[in-house]
Structures are given as structure tokens and as C-alpha cells.
Design a protein. Structure first.
Lengths: 298, 86, 384
């Protein structure tokens, strides 16, 4: 029949149609290859891929608990070292598992310098449990535990800067990526896997169910996040930013209005002050990472 | 089938779950317009689009959930979403 | 070889001979000497292991999960607060059927904070699916590690095991120990070769989730394996006896129990004190005996019922209390003796390192004789 080369993440998984995380799983495993052991934390990806006895993973895979993927990976790395084996270790954890409940384990594992690649699929909330707020939830996003309401504009805090935190741990290679740019993501995965030490890639994986948009818009939304400067794709080598994706920037409104989680900023009344705060965040990102393509004036 | 010690499994059984039954809309691929770029195969979250010997692309309707990402992302607009008769 | 050695170091030496490939541990009083000794062995190339200095106990046991699933023999040690922090992971290890062995230098649980001995920590995890061995003295503490690995790794068992020994009382006490040799242990404990492991050559998904259609049966299988491990414990213990002269085939051991009217049931180092007290009471003509429980999980229900069938009364010494109910050992002994009609009284004793003397044992036997029990023994009324 037809060629389904390199598909290490099988059909039949139970992700929502249009799921960003499912796409991330496919791309990451494809980039990593068969000689990989994947460690998942509890979350959407783990749940939609492994209801006993159905598993979508065609590489060796382990899930233990919500917060301990980094510690489990540390143990695997030690065992492989002792057994003289060469498989690469890739952790796939959501933002909740990474930014919040897994902080202690990640910090310890990165501090000890284990050789693995940590991939955070960032859908910016606890999606599997019903769209609750995490440390990765952006400012003013409405979630079920930071809902927009008569006296709230939603999540009150900006996204935690995980890449910087892990850079401070001395991680040799850190990148942000997006499912919108598949070749870039896969290249970064390969770079991380082939860099000795604890590497981190944060992959933006928009969630149609949680963010409130149609499943066929997943990649369009992901692109807009980057084009508005609210998500920056960059690479850090030994803590220094070395490469940044530059854009011709669009106003944040173009991104915000595509998603129901930001609808309260537009309906019933337009919240100019809040949108301005978010624009300022994008502007700060643009300055910090120098993402603006300077258009030549004719 | 005996219960696997420790709740483990080898690959394969995910395919028992025919997610094509979830579909409302079905992608229809127009080979005339296809430029063989492979974008659809790359971005399908199911991984159910495969390449034929002639380098065109076909979805596996047993698993296609009809999300429409392929139709949305195809640079040649060669994929259209049609409501399926059930 | 007979060595005068601190309990912790004897245990570390035993672990060394078990050849764990990965050790992940976090320091906590009174386990520290064990993990320090092991670090020393590794640093001096006496033990070829990866030693992960984790950032907390939760990560220690989690790292062991990864290493064990990847096919390596692993080890950790903890107590009290550390074990409590591992609570979630303990259930996970057992459910994933990974034969990790962990030393527990038993210590009281806070609050209030206490660094001193009782058995609340390991007992509070009796539901978790881990085998639980309790050492009377440091010789047992040492030997039980070999037996624990051997039983845990048996393909029909594949469940993790605690080797419990009383913190400070045993861990920090010097006793003469017959320490065996590496060659001895290699003959007793074969290499760990699990039939399934994380391996690119044969991809398997570990730790999937189970819907209501399957979960019940997974738990049944665990319970069945744990109960059937009794036979494996017997065989492994007998083999140990055959090779090294100390038989561990029995999960319970009677001391002067055959003609006893009153039986004391206890676990751990308190058994040593109890034996001395029994000798003195016997000299006074009292027909008292001890049933030492060396394996708490799987619970040796049948063996206890059989051993105590002839006695008139049972006094259970519990270095733990299920607050709001009774001591855990007493409740389970009662279950074992249910149809016998033999009265069982519970004495909560020695909590938080409160010293237990021979006179306390004798006082308890007196109380039991009067049918008085189900109490916190020895309350200091003046501070209440």
C-alpha cells in the first residue's frame, strides 16, 4: 500500500480532531527516530495515546506520574549508562507538568546535568482535566480556574519564562518551537537529541478545544502567535540566544480574536486597556529578542 | 488475551480504534491541483495520510477524523471538506 | 565473616553485594549512614553503580522507576517524612510491577516532628502493594536485603519490597554481623534479567492507563501475586538457610510459644527486648511466649492463626497507631484469629522513640492477664 514512513506515533489515538499536541507527538518521534525512549507525564498526550491495551507509541515509552518525568528519565539515563546502551531519552510533558507540578523534578534533573531532551508541548493550560490555568497560561486567557467574568479579565499573570529558568541551570541547548513550523521543530529536536546534557524545547501546541477555535485552524493560530510576537521562536546555546525567528509583526488583536478564551476582551465591550497590556508584552518580546523585520522605507 | 503485568502493551492495538467514525466532514483530495509538496502528510495529527507510488497523497479514511487541517494548509487548495452522508 | 559493625553500614554492605546498577537516594535521619556508605563504595570503585543524588525522595523513587523499567536493579532508602513524600510513587511502583528494594530505617511521622523510631511510616503504606519485611536485629536487617531482591525479582512476584529496621535502635547500633562475601551473594542472587524492559529493539509502553473495564483485574492480579509470594518467600528463605545457615523460610517465628498461655505479637527490634523479658517471666513461672512477625506484607494470616491457636490470650505490641482505630498489627492479628475466639488486646507502645524496657513488656503481660488493653501503654499522665 502507501508509504507511512517513520510514523512512530500510530493512528487510532484518541486526541481531538486537529489536536496540536498529537501533531507534536508525531513530529517529535519522527525527528527522534526509533532509537528513542520516550517518557511522558500524565496529561492529554499520555491519556489519548495509551488507554490499555491500545498504545499509539511505536518506540519504547513510559509514563509514571504527573510530576516526575524528569526524575524517571534521570533513572533511565543512569541505567542505560550502566548497561552500555545508546538509546536517546526524550521527555514529552505538557505545560502543567513542566511549569508547575514538575518544577522540582525538572530543576533537580537539569542541575544534575542528565543527558536527555525535555520537550514541553505547551497548550497553555491543564487541558486534559478540563482547561484549568497553569503557569504557562498567558495573561488574560480565560480558563476554568481563571475565568473571565464580571470582575475578572481571566488569568492575571504572564507566562512563566521556563526557557530562561532552565538556561540558568546551565542547559547547553534550549529552544522554543511551534507546530506551525514543522521543519524547524524537527531540526531543533534533532539538535537537542544530539547535544549532550539536558536540553529543553518548548513547543507551542494550540488546543482547539481549550482555546476555542475550529480544529482546522490549529496551525493558523500557531502562526499568528508568532507573527504577533506573543510567542517567539528562538534557540539558546549555553544560555545565550543565538537564533530568533523574525517576523513582520501583526497587532496582537489578530491573534486574540481567533480564540474564545480571549473573547471577553472584545465582547460585550472592547477592552482597550487590556489589549494594550498584551500588546506591550508583545512589544517587549520583540525588543528583547529582536524579532522585528525592519522594512526598508522606499 | 491475558492481562499484561504492570499495565503494559506492545504497539499495534491503537489501530483497533477506528477514529474515522468520528468524522462529520471528509477531506477529498484533488490530484489535478496537487503539487506533491507533502504538507498534508506532514501536518496531519493522525498521521493517516500516506504517499502513493505516484507521489500523490491519500488519507486513510478508517482513521481520518475530518479535522480539516490538511484542507486548510494545502498551498494549492487541492483538498476540500465535504459533509459525509452517514 | 563476623564483623562488629554499625547496622547502617552492614545494610550498605549487603546492598553493595546485591550489585544494584542504579542507586537514587535522598538523605534523611536516620538513614544517612546507609546512603553515605554507598556513595563511598561508588567513589572508591567498590560498587559499580550510577549514584544519583536526587533533590528529594519523590525523585529518588521516581528515578528508580526509570532505571528499573530500563532493566537495571535499583535501590533506594528512606524513612518517615521521606517515605511519606514517596507515597504517590510507592503505589505507582507496585502497580507498574517494578521489583525495587528500599530500606526503611523506621522513624515516626510528623507532626509533631520526630526523628526517633516507630513503625508508622512503613505501616502506613501497607495498602501499597509493597512486600514488607521487619528485622529484629541487624543480622536480619542485612540478610533480608538479599532475600528481598530475590523474592521481588521472581517473575511470578515482580513487586517491590521494603526492608524495615528500627531507626537508631538498629541503624545506629553496633552488633556482630556475619557479612557474607560477594561470591556468596552472587550464588544466591542471580543477575536481574526482566523479560520486559524499555528497549528500542522491542518497544513496549509502560504505565498505560486502565479504564473501569480493566483496573479491577489489575488490582486483583497484584493482590494475587503478593499473596502467592508467600511460597516464594518460603523457598528463598529456605535456600538462604541452606547456603548460609540462617533460615528465613518462616514469615513468623515463635519464641517459647509452644506451651504459652499468653502470646505477645510484635515486629522489629522490640522482639529482642521482649525475648529477654519473656526469659525472666518464664523464670518466674509465667507461661508467656512471643510470636515475631518478620513479614507484614503479604500478611501471614494462616501462619499466625496456626501459631496462636493454643494460647489463651494475645497481647499485640504496636509501634504505630491507626489514629481513630487501633494499631495496625493488632487489627490484622485479630482478623487472623477471628474464628478462634481468642481475645486480642492492643498496646500502642514506643511511639516517637519512647524507650521500651523489659519491665514494660512485663507490665503489658500483667494487663493482658487482667483483660485490660487496647490502650496507649505508658502514658505520661503528668504531661497530659
Amino acid at each position: 500500500m502507501a508509504d507511512t514512513a517513520c510514523d512512530l506515533f500510530d493512528c487510532g489515538h484518541r486526541a481531538c480532531g486537529g489536536c496540536g499536541a498529537a501533531l507534536a507527538a508525531r513530529l517529535v518521534t519522527q525527528a527522534a527516530g526509533t532509537d528513542t525512549i520516550v517518557v511522558s507525564s500524565t496529561g492529554c498526550m499520555e491519556v489519548f495515546s495509551t488507554p490499555y491495551p491500545e498504545t499509539a507509541w511505536k518506540v519504547p515509552w513510559i509514563h509514571s506520574l504527573f510530576e516526575n518525568a524528569s526524575a524517571v528519565a534521570s533513572g533511565i539515563e543512569a541505567a542505560l549508562k550502566k548497561q552500555g546502551r545508546k538509546e536517546k531519552i526524550v521527555i514529552m510533558a505538557g505545560d502543567g507538568a513542566t511549569f508547575d507540578i514538575g518544577m522540582i523534578c525538572i530543576s533537580g534533573a537539569f542541575e544534575r546535568g542528565h543527558d536527555f531532551t525535555y520537550i514541553c508541548y505547551d497548550n497553555e493550560a491543564y487541558m486534559n482535566t478540563g482547561i484549568q490555568r497553569s503557569g504557562a497560561t498567558p495573561y488574560d486567557a480565560s480558563t476554568t480556574t481563571s475565568p473571565a467574568g464580571k470582575c475578572s479579565f481571566g488569568n492575571k499573570r504572564p507566562k512563566k519564562d521556563m526557557p530562561q529558568i532552565l538556561a540558568a541551570h546551565g542547559a547547553p541547548y534550549i529552544a522554543t518551537a511551534s507546530i506551525a513550523y514543522t521543519a524547524d521543530l524537527m531540526q531543533k529536536v534533532q539538535k537537542a537529541i544530539n547535544t549532550k546534557g539536558p536540553c529543553y524545547i518548548q513547543v507551542h501546541a494550540p488546543c482547539c478545544t481549550g482555546w476555542g477555535f475550529e480544529g482546522d485552524q490549529t496551525l493558523a493560530v500557531a502562526k499568528l502567535a508568532i507573527e504577533t510576537g506573543l510567542w517567539v521562536n528562538y534557540e539558546m546555546v549555553d544560555g545565550k540566544v543565538v537564533k530568533v525567528k523574525k517576523v513582520v509583526r501583526k497587532p496582537v488583536e489578530e491573534y486574540l480574536k481567533t480564540q474564545k478564551r480571549f473573547r471577553h476582551l472584545f465582547k460585550p465591550t472592547r477592552q482597550d486597556a487590556e489589549i494594550a497590556v498584551i500588546q506591550a508584552m508583545a512589544d517587549r518580546n520583540a525588543e528583547k529578542y529582536a524579532i522585528d523585520i525592519k522594512l526598508k522605507k522606499e | 488475551m491475558a492481562l499484561a503485568v504492570g499495565c503494559r502493551a506492545r504497539p499495534g492495538k491503537a489501530r483497533d480504534n477506528k477514529t474515522g467514525s468520528w468524522r462529520v466532514f471528509k477531506p477529498v483530495f484533488d490530484q489535478e491541483k496537487c503539487s506533491k509538496c507533502g504538507t498534508c502528510r506532514t501536518i496531519c495529527p493522525e498521521g493517516c495520510i500516506s504517499e502513493t507510488a505516484e507521489e500523490f497523497f491519500v488519507p486513510d479514511y478508517t482513521y481520518c477524523k475530518g479535522c480539516g487541517l490538511c484542507a486548510e494548509e494545502c498551498p494549492k487548495e487541492a483538498i476540500g471538506m465535504k459533509q459525509e452522508e452517514k | 565473616m563476623l564483623q562488629m559493625i554499625e547496622g547502617s553500614y552492614a545494610v550498605a554492605g549487603a546492598v553493595k553485594f546485591c550489585r544494584p546498577q542504579v542507586i537514587a537516594a535522598y538523605p534523611i535521619t536516620p538513614q544517612t549512614h546507609i546512603v553515605e556508605a554507598l556513595a563511598d563504595f561508588v567513589a572508591n570503585c567498590e560498587l559499580d553503580a550510577e549514584y544519583i543524588t536526587v533533590e528529594n525522595e519523590f525523585s529518588a523513587l521516581s528515578a528508580c522507576i526509570g532505571a528499573s523499567a530500563a532493566g537495571s536493579r535499583t535501590y533506594s532508602a528512606t524513612t518517615s517524612q521521606g517515605l511519606a513524600l514517596m507515597f504517590e510513587v510507592c503505589f505507582n511502583v507496585a502497580g507498574m510491577r517494578l521489583p525495587i528494594v528500599m530500606s526503611i530505617a523506621n522513624r515516626a511521622l510528623g507532626a509533631p516532628l520526630s526523628i526517633w523510631n516507630d513503625q508508622q511510616d512503613s505501616i502506613s503504606l501497607r495498602d501499597s502493594g509493597w512486600l514488607q519485611f521487619y528485622a529484629e536485629d541487624n543480622q536480619e536487617a542485612t540478610d533480608l536485603h538479599y532475600i528481598a531482591y530475590r523474592v521481588a525479582e521472581e517473575s511470578s512476584v515482580l513487586l517491590p519490597a521494603f526492608v524495615c529496621f528500627d531507626g537508631f535502635i538498629l541503624s545506629h547500633t553496633y552488633e556482630p554481623i556475619d557479612t557474607l562475601t560477594q561470591e556468596d551473594v552472587d550464588k544466591y542472587l542471580p543477575k536481574f534479567t526482566p523479560s520486559e524492559r524499555l528497549d528500542a529493539a522491542d518497544p513496549i509502553s509502560f504505565g498505560m492507563y486502565a479504564t473501569p473495564d480493566y483496573y479491577h483485574e489489575f488490582r486483583y492480579e497484584m493482590d494475587r501475586s503478593l499473596k502467592e509470594s508467600k511460597a516464594i518467600i518460603h523457598t528463598a528463605g529456605k535456600e538462604f538457610g541452606r547456603m548460609f545457615g540462617r533460615d528465613y523460610s518462616a514469615m513468623v517465628e515463635g519464641y517459647r510459644l509452644e506451651d504459652a498461655d499468653t502470646a505477645i505479637v510484635a515486629m522489629g527490634s522490640i522482639c529482642g527486648t521482649t525475648k529477654d523479658a519473656i526469659d525472666e517471666m518464664r523464670d518466674e513461672g509465667k507461661k508467656v511466649g512471643l510470636l515475631k512477625v518478620r513479614v507484614f506484607r503479604p500478611f501471614p494470616t494462616e501462619d499466625i492463626a496456626k501459631a496462636l491457636a493454643h494460647v489463651k490470650r494475645v497481647a499485640v505490641l504496636d509501634k504505630n497507631v491507626s489514629l481513630g482505630a487501633k494499631g495496625a498489627l493488632a487489627l490484622e492479628v485479630k482478623d487472623a484469629l477471628y474464628s478462634s475466639g481468642i481475645p486480642v488486646k492492643d498496646y500502642i507502645i514506643g511511639l516517637g522513640g519512647r524507650d521500651v524496657r523489659k519491665k514494660d513488656i512485663k507490665a503489658i503481660v500483667e494487663l493482658a492477664g487482667k483483660g485490660q488493653g487496647d490502650i496507649f501503654y505508658g502514658l505520661r499522665r503528668e504531661v497530659l
